[in-house]
Design a protein around this ligand. Structure first.
Ligand SMILES: [Zn+2]
Length: 75
């Protein structure tokens, strides 16, 4: 059975809040910022009311980078 080739997902990170959005996006769906960077590391998925979100003291939910331009998104 042929394997489906794994395609690298093309994402960029919002410089303001760390949200990961597709390369085509122009406005961050989380904070409305229009500044994005390609220099990001790690992926964190925050669900609404998740224990992780509570621990991070954030009400944000969605897919976020863990580090953007070398600094941690969630302190
Ligand atoms: Zn943002």
């Amino acid at each position: 059975m042929p394997r489906t080739p794994v395609r690298r997902v093309s994402l960029k990170a919002c410089k303001n809040c760390g949200a990961l959005v597709p390369k085509e996006a122009t406005v961050c769906p989380v904070c409305g910022s229009t500044t994005f960077v390609d220099d990001w590391e790690g992926v964190m998925i925050l669900l609404d009311n998740s224990a992780l979100a509570e621990k991070l003291k954030t009400s944000k939910h969605g897919v976020f980078a863990i580090r953007v331009s070398g600094s941690y998104v969630f302190k």
